[in-house]
Design a protein around this ligand. Structure first.
Ligand SMILES: C[S@@+](CC[C@H](N)C(=O)[O-])C[C@H]1O[C@@H](n2cnc3c(N)ncnc32)[C@H](O)[C@@H]1O
Length: 157
């Protein structure tokens, strides 16, 4: 099987030290602020990032072991395939979080919308450049779960 080697470009600083502290479930909105501390050797790569309001952060679930191909997420009481969920237990333990960029201080990015633990390794950052129009967006089982739970708000993570 092919493998690719990756290295962190930086680390998340957040107030969450345990997975139980991160809000979960239907209607959860992630508003927690934190920082992305980019390693000095990659600082140049942040040039012009200030112009973007939102960033995709690609990171590693470094405290997770193993995976389940089918599981029941905290947002539903029915099982779903891992690739239709945001479960941390996936074949490649990669996390993806859209955060709001509040400001940059050198190689430190202050952001809002953190759902990662303190010390989480960051693999990459990409600016959010486009969005999918709401009328084109289908949200599968999550929409059904929200209806059953009488939740109107989308889950943002
Ligand atoms: C449902 S996942 C979603 C993460 C990301 N927004 C995504 O979609 O890939 C978020 C959960 O991952 C867990 N988590 C956060 N950082 C982690 C880490 N470094 N290692 C393992 N689990 C982590 C927390 O329990 C958090 O509630």
């Amino acid at each position: 099987m092919e493998e690719w080697k990756m290295r962190p470009i930086g680390y998340i600083r957040s107030s969450y030290s345990d997975t139980r502290e991160v809000p979960k479930g239907l209607g959860t909105k992630h508003t927690k602020e934190g920082t992305l501390e980019i390693l000095p050797e990659f600082e140049q790569g942040l040039k012009d990032i200030e112009g973007f309001s939102h960033l995709f952060v690609i990171w590693v679930f470094h405290r997770t072991q193993g995976y389940h191909l089918v599981g029941t997420p905290p947002t539903d009481d029915r099982p779903h395939g891992v690739f239709s969920t945001r479960s941390p237990r996936r074949p490649n333990a990669i996390g993806l979080t859209a955060v709001e960029l509040l400001r940059r201080e050198g190689r430190i990015l202050h952001v809002r919308g953190i759902d990662m633990l303190d010390g989480t390794p960051v693999l990459d950052i990409k600016p959010v450049m486009s969005s999918i129009p709401m009328e084109k967006l289908r949200r599968g089982w999550l929409e059904d779960a929200e209806k059953r739970g009488n939740h109107e708000e989308p889950v943002l993570d």
